[in-house]
Design a protein around this ligand. Sequence first.
Ligand SMILES: *Cc1c(COP(=O)(O)O)cnc(C)c1O
Length: 437
Amino acid sequence: MNYYNLKDKQEVVNFKTASIKGQGKEKGLFFPENIPLFEKDFIENLNHFSDEEIAFHCMRDFVSDEIPEEELRKIISETISFEIPLKKINDKISVLELFHGPTLAFKDIGARFMSRCLSYFLKNENKKITVLVATSGDTGGAVAHGFYKADGIEVVILYPENRVSAVQEKQLTALGENITALEINGSFDDCQNLVKQAFSDDEINSALFLTSANSINIARWLPQQIYYLLALKQWQKTEENHPVICVPSGNFGNICAGILAYFRGLPVEHFIAACNANDIFPDYLKTQVLKPKKTAATLSNAMDVGNPSNFVRILELFHHQFNDLKNKISGYSVNDEETLKTIAKVYDQYDYILEPHGAVAYAALERYLGKNPDRKGFILETAHPVKFPEAVESAIHVKITIPDSLEDLMNQEKKTVKINPDFKELKRFLLNKNKNL
Ligand SMILES: *Cc1c(COP(=O)(O)O)cnc(C)c1O
């Protein structure tokens, strides 16, 4: 499979190059040259296939023969080595739990697939690459765990001091080995600016081979289709009609993967993009103009995005036909107050604990079903409540317990390098690190 740059269609690269480079010229996103369709027999009988088989089938065409079959099957089985259950909350609404991976976030799936592909591609090359990433909390943990002990890859993660939750901080800082956490005495924006400067600094780029592991990388984006198929496999067991799928959205990579699967033949009645106060997309559906905004801080902070980067891929999938897009995707904005109320209500009525991102999705799906009472659907729950304890506990007034799988982690020592939000300090750190490799 080849991929073209959405900003410069002359730039065409294969899967390997697209996943190593991350993005194309002028920071353009890569997009597959064709959309491989699922066979009818496959998609109507998902139940007859194992999860691994479904995932392999989903990814094969995108990777082509750039990774041999046996190796790709291994990568896939490691990518989905935890359960992804679809649980019924009530007659109308189910929850796809995407938080059973090592860092309790859906980002584990993309990060695990990407890291293993990069390791495979670098195995026979003599260069080491450095993954440089800024995080406001969730991405860093998934990337750190995804790349932990990966051959040939060093990971440097920048995070803002005192601004990530306790669990998130341990996930970033306890691993060691090839993972270095830089604790920045500043904000997430500072972290992101430092990373951007590093990517455009000639001296750093001639000394180190830098790559980013952010969510626009096709090797993170494409495997997210897998769990839409696994959800449908479970849905088809009890439901006859096609589901409405509601996705808590920030950069829109997650929902865009679901829409890609839909264009390949996955039966989906409708998509809902659930947003917090950062309502750029719902506004777009009303005005047909995507107007980036300054981000507002909310409880569902992984969705605090003012200019969703995957929007251009959604447009491409719909061939820029606004009416088609609008008929298939709805968008809702849910504020913090309603988020907390939803967490409390779902806990009271169904004894189920949502975290803020899932609660935004739940509230959005309820609104939609209110207007479309004959439909049913599910939300994607993108993180475990323990990652956002303050918000959840303030809503349900119950202390949430740390799962056993985290106890060990919480007892480990935090290892960080502290630096100021000053590019000279980051540069010195990166160049010194390279000397010692
Ligand atoms: C990253 C993240 C999101 C947003 O996903 P996008 O693909 O950027 O739309 C939602 N929820 C959680 C918990 C996240 O970490």
